[in-house]
Design a protein around this ligand. Structure first.
Ligand code: PLP
Length: 456
């Protein structure tokens, strides 16, 4: 086995890490942990530290680490047939079975699934499908895409543009001109403290409609949104938000793409976030929970309404000139089949709902008396604690105080629990594997109280 110091040296010399402050990494200021094994909700590094991963990697290892059922399915598929492409009608038992399993679990009205590799490429696919759709319908001007500030839809050129976070725009000349942003449903940070939830929702819908009318509905193809904002701060929408938004979109004949890369396959305590909020999407983006990250695989689930136009359109416009070498990769598909079966067999969707409710309540009970805790929110096994300078006004800490990272570091150093300091700096996020037990939830909650106390 290679020595740790040898690996650390190669790491600094050769490994370009994503989403990383490169100079800080070079100066040794970042935790350069080398992870070795995983079991259940725990990972273990090469130095033997066992850490409770309360963020499931990047909210993706939904069934938990070390599932031999998925490992065996991957190995079997690799031995039988490691690869064949899916172009011009080809498939494998695994890819066809997975398509069937996905559509069977999807909300009503969904019809077909196009497989990709990552959430980002699936969202790129979605934009191209929507453009193709409008070309088939003879409306070539209807191409702009609306997404929301604080939304996260990926890191590509188009998907980085859809993402509504400055970090992903700055220095890359994004967003591209076809993308426009509207308000995030972030009631906690409403401008007027006395505003009711209902008035706030009406304001979000009105400001979307204003934007559509300003740009011209005949120039706007689609609206992208995560059922619960994820990387933008783990923000469940206020009551009635999705109904109000869908009313506006339908009125202006704008397609709705539900980005369920995080919320798909049980995270919110429902198979899909769309089911939970009564969203009737035209396309759903899936990734992470599709294979619980045992292999890279994503998908675009297309509704029957969109499918009919695409299918008829190919007679008019020719085959859809869009495909990845690894679309529906057999190993990813085999992992997906085993993963979805495991989610059913272990009833993890129910566990996410029940243990998620327990976890959120326990966080509230443990943290409510701490002055800097401004908001505790979540749905299913997706939760956040937001820290504020002033509880009454919701005023934020100055960015330089970096309260979130300090608390996440204390959580890890003192209790060996991984939470995520969300990019906004003042939010600690949790999205543990869906197999979390109430005892493990208690461990996270106690560790969080201890960590928050170090800065409060
Ligand atoms: N969409 C959402 C909602 C996400 O949270 C992410 C990643 O976190 C993506 C898309 C992009 O997925 P990937 O990182 O697999 O490209």
């Amino acid at each position: 086995m290679l020595r740790n110091d040898q690996l650390a040296e190669w790491d600094r010399e050769t490994f370009f890490h994503p989403s990383t402050h490169l100079a800080q990494f070079a100066r040794g200021e970042l935790p350069d942990r080398i992870v070795k094994t995983g079991d259940g909700v725990y990972i273990t590094d090469r130095e033997g530290n066992r850490l409770l991963d309360a963020f499931a990697g990047l909210y993706c290892v939904n069934v938990g680490y070390g599932r031999s059922e998925i490992a065996d399915a991957i190995a079997k598929q690799a031995r039988e047939l490691a690869y064949y492409h899916a172009y011009v009608g080809h498939g494998t038992e695994a890819s066809i079975t997975l398509a069937k399993m996905v559509v069977d679990r999807a909300p009503v009205g969904m019809s077909k699934v196009y497989f990709g590799l990552s959430g980002s490429d699936a969202n790129e696919t979605n934009v191209k499908l929507v453009w193709y759709y409008n070309n088939v319908l003879g409306r070539p001007e209807k191409k702009k895409i609306i997404s929301r500030w604080r939304g996260y839809h990926g890191s590509g050129l188009m998907t980085g543009s859809l993402t509504g976070l400055e970090l992903f725009h700055n220095q890359f000349d994004l967003p591209l001109s076809q993308v426009i942003h509207t308000d995030a449903p972030y009631y906690f940070h409403r401008n007027v403290r006395s505003q009711s939830e209902a008035d706030f929702v009406a304001q979000c819908a009105a400001s979307l409609e204003e934007l559509i009318e300003k740009e011209g509905a005949d120039t706007i193809a689609a609206f992208f949104g995560e059922p619960v904002l994820g990387t933008g701060g783990i923000v469940p929408p206020p009551e009635g938000y999705w109904d109000a938004i869908q009313t506006v979109l339908r009125k202006h004949d704008i397609l709705l793409i539900a980005d369920e890369v995080v919320t798909g396959f049980g995270r919110l305590g429902c198979m899909f976030g769309s089911d939970h909020y009564g969203i009737r999407p035209d396309i759903i983006t899936i990734a992470k929970g599709l294979t619980s990250a045992y292999a890279p695989l994503s998908g675009s689930i297309v509704s029957e309404k969109v499918w009919k136009v695409l299918e008829d359109g190919t007679d008019k416009l020719g085959p859809i000139g869009h495909g990845w070498t690894y679309s529906a990769h057999p190993i990813g598909a085999a992992a997906g089949v085993a993963n979805l079966k495991l989610i059913d067999d272990l009833d993890l969707v129910t566990n996410a709902r029940e243990t998620g409710a327990y976890f959120k309540q326990a966080l509230k009970d443990a943290l409510d008396d701490i002055e800097i805790v401004g908001d505790i929110r979540g749905e299913g096994l997706m939760a956040a604690v937001e820290f504020v300078q002033d509880r009454e006004t919701g005023a934020r800490f100055e960015a330089s105080r970096k309260v979130g990272p300090a608390i996440a570091t204390a959580l890890l150093d003192r209790s060996k629990v991984i939470g995520r300091a969300m990019p906004q700096g003042d939010i600690l996020g949790f999205a543990p594997p869906l197999c979390l037990t109430t005892e493990e939830a208690d461990t996270i909650v106690e560790a969080t109280r201890d960590a928050v106390k170090t800065v409060a």
